[in-house]
Every structure is written in C-alpha cells, then in structure tokens.
Design a protein around this ligand. Structure first.
Ligand code: BES
Ligand code: MN
Ligand code: ZN
Length: 500
C-alpha cells in the first residue's frame, strides 16, 4: 500500500505538540546516554517539571544506553492529559543509526494518531543525511501490504511531527521521495501473480509514467517478434499471459550529465518452466519481478529528487510458466543482437530476458553505463544471505560509486569477481552460448558468477554493473525497515547514486 504516514516538520517545543506519542531521542556518548530535547533550558525544564523524575534519572531507571532503535515508554501528563512518552535510542547519530531509530519509532507509533519527536534537534554536521535516513526509517518501518478484507490493528500512525529549530531545513521531501519509491517497489513485488501479469505491470508503468512525467513505450508480443526479441519470447511463450518489454525515459530539465540505462528482471511468476521448481521454492516466486519493481520505483522518483542524469528504464516482463507451449530444455533462442543461446535449463530464464534488453540498450541507446537489477540466482542468496546484494561489474569506478551509494542507503552490496578462467562454462555445443554454466561443476558451481559471466556477453563493452538481489529482495521477518515480503532493495541506493 502507498505509505499511509505523513511527515510534518514543526517548530518546538515538544510539550506544545498535540501528539499522543512523544519520543525523546537518546544519544550514546562517551559520557553515557544523553537525551535530546528541543534545545536545552526551557524544554528540558518544562519536561522535568511534569515527569515523575528528571530525564537523566528516568534514562538510568530504564537502563538505557542510547543504542540505535532502543526504546522505553511510559505514560506522562504534559498538561493535556495522558500521553505516551518514549525514549528512543539514536546511537551516535550516524545515518545508519538514525535509520534504525526511525524504524523503531514507526513501530512504536503504530496504533497512535500522531507521533512527535525532537530528532530534528540532533546536530552534528551530518544532520541532513541523518534526518533523511530517519525519515526513510520512520516511513518504511510503518509500511504494510495487506489484502485482508478488514484492517488488522495496529495500523501505521497517520502523522509524524519532526520538531525542529528550523523546520524548513528538514529533508522531508527527500526522505519521503526515497521511502515512497521503495514502497512502490514493495507494493508491486507483494502483489500476487494472479493479478500481476506482464500486462498489469505495463498498466502500472503507464500510470507511474503519467504521474512522474516519463516517456513510455511498450512492445507487445507481436512487436517483440517483429523486432527480434527471441529470448523474451522464448521465456514468455509458455504463458497465456504474453510477455512485454517496457521502456521508460526520464529526461531532466536543463543540462544533462550522462545517460544511464537501468534494466529490471520482470518475471511475474517463475515456475521454472519445464525445468519445474519444487513447490517450496516456487511459492516465493511472485517476487521474481523485484528487479523491474526497483527500476520502476527509481524512475518514479528521479524528478522529485532533482536528478540531472538522463535515465532510461527497461522492464523485461514475462511469466515463466509450465505448459505445452513452454520452451524446452535444448531449445535455441536468438537474442535482439542476433546471438543464439541454447536453453539448457528453462529455470535460468532471468538472464535470457535481461540479455535481450541489454542487447537493445547497447545497440539503440549506447548509454554511459548499464545497470541491471535481478533476483537472478539462488547461489547469490547462499553466498551473501538476505542482508547483502551481490554486485558484479566491469568498471571499477561504477562499482565503487554504487557500493558507496548502497552503504549510504543501508542496502549493502558486496562486489564479486567475474572470473575470466570460467568463461568457457558458457560454451554450447550448438549455439553461441548456453544459458547455464556447462562446466560449472569443474569450477565448484559458482552459480551467481556463471549468470553474471553470461550477462557480460551482452554489454558490448559498456561500463556495466549487475545487482543480484535474490537474497535481500525478500524479507522473511518484520524487522527494522523491512516487512515480510518484497523489500524494494536497491531502490534507494540507485536513487542516491543517480540523484546525488
Ligand atoms: N528466480 C530464480 C532465482 C531465485 C532463487 C530468486 C531464490 C530468489 C530466490 C532464478 O530464475 C532461478 O531459478 N535461478 C536458478 C538458476 C539455475 C537453474 C542455473 C537457480 O538459482 O537455481
Ligand atoms: Mn528461474
Ligand atoms: Zn527467476
């Protein structure tokens, strides 16, 4: 669901707020925990006068250290009847700590009507990045997706007040744009595949393009055939719901700084095709379009964030179904660029649809950088778990910039090598390439690398990065910023990289 919480920046003091939850940040410092009130003097005095004990004593009473996300709450009467007063650990005030604190605050605020905090009075020179992160946490920690017939309490708080000395300096718009883009990616990912077929994603992309001022063009199955997208057609051929390719263009106002193409894997459901998945693996596969969801989320927010780079998004959309018209292991498809690929495993479908889109990007768009995002391999999840995405790149500067943006966004990426020695694993006996590592076992079955090496063949030497988000694209628990289901992982990183 779109985020239901609004953020307002207001001047202090906190005691004047009509909120029913008031959170006081607690920093951890070398001298112990320190409560952040709206300035020093009067606010602290006013609070102390109405609390059962002075702030410092209360902090000691609850044994608080100021660890990020730590919380303790108790009722207090600040002159308008009882409200919930809460301490909220913000660690040393780094963006990562504040993001965690924001999420903790959102969870604390569930079921309330209005929640206020003096986090805007934290000032250590990193205020803007830290407060942006806090807002991301506060909005995404309250994110929910539900198809229940009636709401299940507690619901996200409708309004959050950031009490600040200079409310106009609060990065409300930036934090909100980053969180909304992520929530959009999550919503698309969490939508069940009974509703979400390629055409449904096309209509969502159309609506988003309209709102965000993007140009959009769409290939239906006949147009894909006409233009030679044999790999997308091969993957989508098993479904009664035909494949699509979507191109979205963001053109900044004023001078441009470069052109980036983002490509998203958009498998609206991955049964594995005739190389059928067991049910335990298959039931998670409505999320196999996460890459496309992330690309759409990013495109939706570029304008709001004032991005100066020209960005084209390509969504390679298909349902990998099991049927009499599905492609067979051993079939050969021809990609947009004319290369032939032997499909030895129909469950390695992501790299096929991406190959067609990458061929198109390289031939028709010739961008300065090509970045694809995909829930591509179970092997990436085995290697790095659910907390970190795998990054493969042919360009050190691009890899470094993405890693930095990912770090700043709390969406860590770890660079993995493209091992030249393994190149012959892509050899096919009948076609230019095979879609799985034919000698993978000789090299210890490096599944994520096999897939990345395959994709590299379609980059035409352009600076390229590949984000395998099979692990972090989905969460199995409600924790911190994450809620069960799609995470929109990499949306905020790509936005930070593109928008600065
Ligand atoms: N969509 C899957 C990868 C995946 C696995 C994503 C787990 C999220 C969680 C992909 O299409 C796939 O099936 N990959 C195969 C490749 C193999 C057949 C070479 C895999 O990883 O097993
Ligand atoms: Mn698959
Ligand atoms: Zn897949």
């Amino acid at each position: 669901m779109p985020i239901a919480t609004e953020i307002h920046a207001i001047p202090g003091p906190l005691v004047d707020s009509s909120a029913d939850l008031l959170a006081l940040p607690v920093r951890s410092t070398e001298d112990g925990p320190v409560v952040v009130t709206a300035g020093t003097g009067p606010e602290a005095d006013a609070l102390d006068a109405r609390l059962p004990a002075p702030l410092a004593e209360l902090v000691a009473h609850y044994g608080l250290k100021g660890k990020p996300g730590e919380k303790a709450d108790f009722p207090a009467d600040l002159g308008r009847g009882l409200v919930q007063l809460s301490f909220l650990g913000v660690g040393s005030g780094t963006p990562a700590d504040l993001r965690k604190a924001g999420a903790s605050f959102a969870r604390l605020a569930k079921g309330r009507t209005r929640a206020a905090t003096t986090v805007g009075f934290l000032d250590d020179g990193r205020a803007e990045d830290g407060l942006t992160a806090f807002i991301e946490g506060a909005l995404l920690g309250g994110y929910q997706f539900t198809m229940r017939s009636s709401a299940k309490p507690p619901e996200p708080v409708p309004a959050i007040e950031l009490v600040a000395e200079h409310p106009e300096r609060m990065p409300v718009q930036r934090g909100t744009a980053l969180a909304n883009a992520t929530a959009l990616a999550r919503d698309l990912t969490n939508t069940p595949s009974s509703r979400k077929d390629p055409e449904w994603l096309v209509s969502r992309a159309g609506a988003i393009a309209g709102e965000a001022g993007l140009d959009i063009s769409v290939w239906n199955e006949r147009e894909l055939e006409r233009d030679g997208f044999g790999a997308i057609l091969g993957v989508g051929g098993g479904s009664v719901r035909p494949p699509r390719l979507v191109r979205l263009d963001y053109t900044p106002e004023g001078p441009e700084s470069g052109h980036v193409v983002l490509i998203g894997k958009g498998i609206t459901f991955d049964t594995g095709g005739l190389s059928l998945k067991p049910n335990d693996n298959m039931k998670l596969m409505k999320t196999d379009m996460s890459g496309s969801a992330v690309v759409l989320g990013v495109l939706s927010a570029l304008g709001a964030l004032g991005t100066r780079t020209r960005v084209t998004g390509l969504l390679a959309l298909a349902e990998n179904a099991f049927s009499g018209s599905a492609q067979r292991p051993s079939d050969v498809v021809t990609t947009y660029g004319g290369r032939t690929v032997e499909v030895l495993n129909t469950d390695a479908e992501g790299r096929l649809v991406l190959a067609d889109a990458m061929d198109y990007a390289a031939a028709e768009l010739k961008p300065d950088a090509l970045v694809d995002v995909a829930t591509l391999t179970g092997a990436a999840k085995v290697a790095l778990g659910t907390g970190t995405g795998a990054l493969f790149s042919t360009d050190d500067a691009l890899a470094a910039a993405l890693t930095e943006a990912a770090e700043a966004s709390g969406e860590p990426l770890w660079r993995m090598p493209l091992v030249e020695e393994y190149r012959d694993t892509l050899d096919s006996t009948v076609a230019d390439l095979a879609n799985i590592g034919t000698r993978s076992k000789d090299y210890g079955s490096p599944g994520a690398t096999d897939a990345a090496m395959f994709l590299r063949e379609f980059t035409a030497g352009l600076p390229w990065a590949h984000l395998d988000i099979a692990g972090p694209g989905r969460s199995t628990s409600d924790e911190g910023l994450l809620t069960k289901g799609g995470t929109g992982f990499a949306t905020r990183s790509l936005l930070r990289w593109l928008a600065g």
